[in-house]
Design a binder for this molecule. Structure first.
Ligand SMILES: Nc1ncnc2c1ncn2[C@@H]1O[C@H](COP(=O)(O)OP(=O)(O)OP(=O)(O)O)[C@@H](O)[C@H]1O
Ligand SMILES: [Mg+2]
Length: 314
C-alpha cells in the first residue's frame, strides 16, 4: 500500500449559487509531484485554499499529511508549505529579511535560523541580491524568494499555485529544477498550472480540472494518448473553400466555426510542402497555416468538446 500525502473525497465549494468545486476526488502518494491542470477559473486556487485550510469546503473530506483539514487545521498547517499565486513576499524587506521573518514566525530554533537562511539564499541563487529590497527583484527572483520562504520550516508537503506563470523560459526551467530537487529530498509537491508542458515535465500524475470537476486523471502519457498529436491547422476564407479542402484532405478534422481544418502530421517542411501542393492541385489556398503541438487547449478540446477561454479569445 502506498502512503498518501493527501486524499480528497467529494470536495464541494460554492460561492452563493456559483458552484466552484463540484465533488473532487484526489489521492496523492507521498514523495510524488501531483499537478492540478486547468484554465482560468477552473477552481485550482480554491482547491489549494481548501487543502491549506485557508477556506472551508461546503462538503466532502480532505486529509493532508494524515490530518483532516476541517477538524485539525493546526496539524495540517504544521506539515505544509504554501507558495501562493500572489506572492507573500514583503516588498520593503530585503530577501534576507523576508527569510528571517519566516524563521521568526516558525518554530525553528533561532540558533538554526541564520544557517537556514544562508542555505536557502545559496540554493536559490539569491546570495548577491540578499541585501536588496524585494521591490527591486525581477518576477523570477521574487518567485524563488517566495518558494525559499515556504521551505523555511522544512514542510513535508508543498503547495505551489501556478509557480511559473509569467516567468520567462529560463526562470521557468530554474524553477522546475528546484521543484524536482525538492521531491528528490522526499517532499510531496502539489502544483497547479495552466501549462500542459509544465505538468508533463514535472508531474508523476496529473488531474485535469474543468469548472470544478476532475475531467481526467493519469500520467502525462495517459492524458496525451487521449489528445490529438502534432497537427497542422489550415484556416480558409470561406465555408465553400473549407468544404472543398475537407473533400481533398480526407484525414483532416473540420472546425466549422473556425473555418479551419486540423490535419494530422509532424509539421516538418517536407510534409508541409506536400500538403500545400495537394491544395494547389485543386486550386485551393488557405488563409493561414499554423503548426500545432498539443497543449492544454488540445487536452480540453478532447476531454470536454470545448476550448479554453484563452483559446476562444485568440
Ligand atoms: N471569494 C470568491 N467569491 C466568489 N467567487 C469566487 C471566489 N473565489 C473564487 N471564485 C470563483 O470561483 C471560480 C474558480 O476560481 P479559482 O480562483 O479557484 O480558479 P483558478 O483555477 O485558480 O483560476 P486562475 O487560473 O485564474 O488562477 C472562479 O469562477 C472564481 O470567480
Ligand atoms: Mg488560481
Amino acid at each position: 500500500m502506498t502512503n498518501s500525502a493527501l486524499t480528497v473525497s467529494g470536495l464541494r465549494k460554492a460561492y452563493k449559487d456559483k458552484v466552484v468545486l463540484d465533488g473532487i476526488d484526489l489521492d496523492v502518494p507521498a514523495g510524488t509531484i501531483f499537478s492540478l491542470l486547468g484554465p482560468n477559473g477552473a477552481g485550482k486556487t480554491t482547491t489549494v485554499n481548501v487543502l491549506t485550510t485557508l477556506i472551508k469546503a461546503d462538503g466532502g473530506t480532505a486529509r493532508v499529511a494524515g490530518h483532516d483539514v476541517a477538524t485539525d487545521a493546526k496539524a495540517v498547517r504544521a506539515a505544509i508549505g504554501v507558495t501562493g499565486q500572489f506572492a507573500a513576499v514583503d516588498e520593503l524587506l530585503t530577501g534576507r529579511e523576508n527569510l528571517q521573518l519566516m524563521v521568526d514566525l516558525s518554530p525553528v530554533p533561532a540558533t538554526d535560523g541564520k544557517r537556514i537562511v544562508d542555505d536557502l539564499l545559496e540554493r536559490f541563487e539569491l546570495v548577491e541580491s540578499a541585501g536588496k529590497p524585494a521591490s527591486t527583484y525581477s518576477g523570477g527572483m521574487r518567485r524563488k524568494l517566495d518558494l525559499a520562504m515556504t521551505l523555511v520550516g522544512s514542510p513535508q508537503i508543498i503547495f505551489l499555485d501556478e509557480p511559473t506563470t509569467g516567468l520567462d523560459p529560463r526562470s521557468r526551467r530554474t524553477m522546475w529544477t528546484i521543484i524536482r530537487d525538492l521531491v528528490a529530498d522526499g517532499v510531496t509537491v502539489f502544483l497547479t498550472t495552466q501549462y500542459l508542458e509544465e505538468a508533463d515535465q514535472l508531474a508523476d500524475r496529473i488531474a485535469v480540472l474543468d469548472q470544478g470537476r476532475i475531467v481526467a486523471q493519469g500520467t502525462a502519457d495517459e492524458l496525451k494518448r487521449q489528445i490529438p498529436g502534432t497537427h497542422v491547422r489550415l484556416r480558409f476564407a470561406t465555408a465553400d473553400q473549407l468544404d472543398a479542402a475537407a473533400r481533398v484532405l480526407a484525414d483532416a478534422t473540420r472546425d466549422d466555426d473556425g473555418l479551419s481544418l486540423r490535419v494530422p502530421g509532424d509539421g516538418g517542411t517536407r510534409s508541409l510542402r506536400l500538403l500545400l501542393d495537394r491544395l494547389d492541385e485543386y486550386a485551393l489556398a488557405a488563409e493561414e497555416l499554423s503548426v500545432h503541438t498539443p497543449d492544454l487547449d488540445d487536452v480540453f478540446l478532447a476531454l470536454t468538446g470545448r476550448q479554453t477561454e484563452t483559446e476562444v479569445a485568440r
